[in-house]
Structure formats: C-alpha cells, structure tokens
Write a protein that binds this ligand. Structure first.
Ligand code: NDP
Ligand code: 8X3
Length: 253
C-alpha cells in the first residue's frame, strides 16, 4: 500500500468527511476515534464503496501509551503513512474565565494539544524513513483571535497554531510539509459536544448563517495535499461567507 492517510477523529464531522474524500480518491486509510462502532461502520462503507483498505484504530488521543501502542506497532504494510490529518479535538463549555470548569480546560488541552503531539511523534518515524510526508493540523479561528468566554479552547488552538509553525521549521530537514487549517463555523457535532448535549443552544450557533460543512473543509485539505511536491500551503483561514472572523457575523434576521 502507498500514500496511506491517517486521520484522527474520523468518527464524525470534518474527520469523517476527510475519510470520505480521500477514500473516493483511492487512498488507503487509517481512521481513529474513541467510538469503535462508528469506526467499524465507516470502514465497511468505505471499503465497499471505493475498493480501498481501511484500518480502524480505536484509542483516546489523550492516552499517550495507547497512542504509541496503536501506531508504533502497526504492521509493516500500514507504516507507509505519508499524510497525517491531526483533526481530533473538541471545545467544552462557553463560560467566563472565573466560572469555567477546570476539568473542561484539562480535557481540551489534553486532547487538542497533547493528543496532537503524541500522534505526531508516533507517526513521524514512518515519514522520516520515507523522506517525505505531509502533516495537516486542525486549528481554528479561535487559534487566531481570542473571543469572550473562549479562554481554554482558544488557548488550545493558539497552541496548535504555534506547533504548526514550530513543526514546519523542525521538520524542514526531513522534507515534511506542515499545513495549518483554521476554520470558522462548521456544522458538525462540535457545538453539541461544546454545549454538552444541549441541542437548542448548539443549533443557535448556526442561526441565520449558512455554515461550512465538513465536506467543505475536507475539499480544502484534499487540495492542499495534492499540490506538487515542491509546493506547501502553510496556513489557511476558512470561514462561511457570512462570517468575517471569530467575532463578526452577518446573520439573516
Ligand atoms: P466533531 O465533534 O463532529 O468531531 C470531533 C472528532 O474528534 C470525533 O471524531 C471524535 O471522535 C474525535 N475526538 C474528540 N476527542 C477525542 C479523543 N479524546 N480521542 C480521540 N478522538 C477524539 O467536531 P468537528 O469535526 O467539528 O471537529 C474536528 C476538529 O475541527 C476539532 O479539532 C475542532 O476543534 C476543529 N474545528 C471545528 C470547527 C467547527 O466549527 N466545527 C471550527 C474550527 C475547528 P470520538 O468521539 O469517536 O473519539
Ligand atoms: C470552532 C470555531 O469560533 O466556535 O473552532 O471557536 S469557534
């Protein structure tokens, strides 16, 4: 197998859309997430639709030992990963700093930052051995501008932005491309997770706008990953047309 793509957080939203997009282009995939049933269903659907091979790996990216056990012990045929999409992540809560739940802060930082660090370090030896690779890091407009009650989530995505730039410098010598993708409002399970199952508050996030879809972001990532070998897109901010940045929306009344 060649040009294997590893996508974290493929059980939903942007990650699942990436799996569908890359599968349709005949890439073999490693898909990860914590929900095994969804990974198994997606594997079956993609293998049957596109005649590709899909390897599901079920682990929590916060668990360093689990990450390294799953990735470092990949069978040789699955080690030729050339594209890593560091997508798994979440926001929890939307509270003023003094009220924010500290467990939520820890979960966001452990998932969005530590998880990304662990997965990347586990995959890197395979890219270094091949003398090529492309790492796509999922940032956010929340990692470019801080907004009210965004505290812990914004901090985690600012860290992703810093790591994106740091990786590009340090991995230059290994011929590894590093691209940061920073979406605005994408309608996925993101808001339902952020508001802890409160569907009406989650839905209000997208009131009066046509939000981005996971497929919009997958299309952009796919484009970045299929440019000539000498071209690397470093950083992209993508918003719905009705969103200017992290603050300003033009909502239909
Ligand atoms: P979803 O909630 O739909 O998907 C999140 C994915 O991340 C799921 O597949 C989930 O899998 C996985 N995930 C979450 N926590 C963990 C964990 N601890 N270990 C392993 N996997 C985990 O949201 P999106 O698709 O919208 O989010 C994807 C990324 O995009 C995130 O990094 C998010 O911050 C970012 N983003 C989203 C935006 C939006 O508006 N939706 C805008 C900007 C950035 P499972 O639960 O099965 O483990
Ligand atoms: C998700 C976008 O604006 O809700 O990263 O933080 S936002």
């Amino acid at each position: 197998m060649n040009n294997i793509v590893l996508i974290t957080g493929a059980t939903s939203g942007i990650g699942k859309a990436c799996a569908e997009k890359f599968a349709a282009a005949k890439h073999d995939l490693i898909i990860t997430g914590r929900r095994k049933d969804r990974l198994d269903t997606l594997k079956a659907a993609l293998e049957s639709a596109y005649s590709i091979s899909v390897l599901p790996l079920c682990f929590d990216v916060q668990d360093k030992a689990a990450v390294f056990t799953a990735i470092s012990n990949l069978p040789a045929a699955w080690q030729t990963i050339t594209i890593l999409i560091n997508n798994a992540g979440l926001a929890l809560g939307r509270d003023s700093f003094e009220d924010a739940n500290m467990n939520d802060w820890e979960t966001m930082l452990n998932t969005n930052v530590h998880g990304l660090l662990y997965v990347t370090r586990a995959v890197l030896p395979f890219m270094i051995a091949q003398k090529k690779g492309h790492i796509v890091n999922m940032g956010s407009v929340a990692g470019k501008e801080v907004y009210e009650k965004g505290n812990g989530y914004c901090a985690s995505k600012f860290a992703v932005d810093a790591l994106n730039r740091a990786m590009r410098i340090d991995l230059l010598k290994h011929n590894i491309k590093v691209t940061g993708i920073h979406p605005g409002a994408v309608e996925t399970e993101f808001s339902l997770v952020r508001y802890k199952g409160d569907a009406s508050t989650a839905a209000a996030t997208y009131n009066g706008i046509t939000p981005l879809t996971g497929a919009d972001i997958a299309e952009t990532i796919f484009y970045c990953c299929h440019l000539p070998a000498h071209v690397c897109i470093n950083d992209l901010i993508i918003t719905p047309t009705q969103q200017a940045d992290a603050f300003y929306f033009n909502r239909n009344q």
